[in-house]
Design a protein around this ligand. Structure first.
Ligand code: ZN
Length: 328
């Protein structure tokens, strides 16, 4: 076998380009970020039009450079209120001992993997000290990914479906646990615009009252609702001008013209592959956070990994989670 390099070819040296925005970066570039570059990326996302004081909103800011004195990296000072701050103040990163480059890498990793990344995997990939800090990191990033459910109503053709996630294994102690509706698993609902955004969340039960009120809360009344024949959805057409299309899965139907719930089912397939393949077990308490994570990636499915990462990081301000809240 001929070694290409022995024929006198020049070996190309990888020269990392200078990036200001993570949206233009590939995984290899993200892996090579220095702490200062990571801070620059976060500052640019938090303050795209220039640094603003988080205390008084002044734009009269100076950077405190530490040369002789011992100064924290990235320290900024407001010349109006004289308070000091860094880019992590008031964010999910405040008080964290994880470096900024590890934060940015974790965001990129969770935004690039369709089925998610486990805390154990992140601990190994980023060289984090403990599983516990990796676990907190992933939950804080999930909170950054959380979108305001009231920000915009779903519209157009909206598919609605429910499924069951997690819970006990199907066969346990030689007995079979029930499948589908009526099991001890947690019901999860998805409402998804054809070719658009999704809202998915755990629900307490699958009664008509629960499902219909969730739909009315999330979907604009001009929309057309698509569901399967499940009885809890009966009568939903009264609340929506577009009416109600029903596909009868019990009769083996999967699509009747534009009537189907295939988009919602694709989402559930992805969520289940993540839950079973990546996370193995998800407690009821944390299920909504995983729904947020998968919904975020779904809504951002048409952009690059770098752009998706930038969109996730945009949510890092104003969602500071106390450790207690994460731990429950
Ligand atoms: Zn200030």
């Amino acid at each position: 076998m001929i070694n290409e390099r022995e024929k006198g070819d020049k070996i190309m040296k990888y020269i990392p380009p200078k990036f200001e925005r993570i949206s233009q970066m590939s995984a290899i570039d993200v892996g090579r970020l220095t702490e200062d570059e990571a801070r620059g990326i976060l500052e640019h996302i938090r303050w795209p039009k220039g640094i603003v004081c988080p205390h008084c909103e002044s734009t009269n800011i100076v950077r405190i450079e530490g040369k002789a004195k011992k100064v924290r990296d990235g320290l900024l000072r407001c010349k109006d209120c004289r308070k000091q701050f860094t880019v992590t103040v008031g964010t999910i990163m405040q008080g964290s001992h994880i470096t900024l480059r590890q934060w940015v890498q974790a965001f990129h990793s969770m935004c690039s993997h369709k089925k998610g990344v486990s805390a154990l995997q992140l601990q190994r990939n980023l060289g984090l000290g403990s599983y516990r800090s990796a676990w907190h990191l992933t939950h804080r990033i999930r909170s950054a990914m959380r979108e305001d459910p009231l920000a915009r109503l779903l519209r157009g053709i909206v598919e609605v479906d429910e499924t069951y996630i997690g819970g006990k294994p199907r066969r346990e102690f030689g007995k079979y646990n029930k499948r589908g509706r009526g099991t001890k698993k947690s019901p999860v609902m998805a409402m998804v615009e054809r070719d658009g955004n999704i809202i998915s969340k755990p629900i307490k039960n699958v009664t008509a009252k629960t499902l219909k009120s969730a739909i009315r809360e999330a979907v604009s009344e001009e929309s057309k609702i698509m569901t399967d024949e499940f009885r809890s959805y009966k009568g939903i057409e009264k609340d929506f001008k577009g009416g109600h299309g029903v596909i009868n899965h019990g009769l083996g139907e999967y699509a009747k013209g534009d009537i189907n719930t295939n988009t919602a089912e694709s989402f559930f397939a992805l969520l289940k592959r993540g839950v079973n393949g990546t996370f193995h077990h998800i407690s009821k308490k944390h299920l909504s956070k995983y729904c947020n994570e998968f919904s975020f990636r779904w809504d951002n499915r048409k952009v690059t990994d770098g752009e998706r990462t930038e969109n996730a990081i945009k949510g890092f301000v104003g969602k500071r989670l106390m450790l207690k809240e994460v731990m429950g």
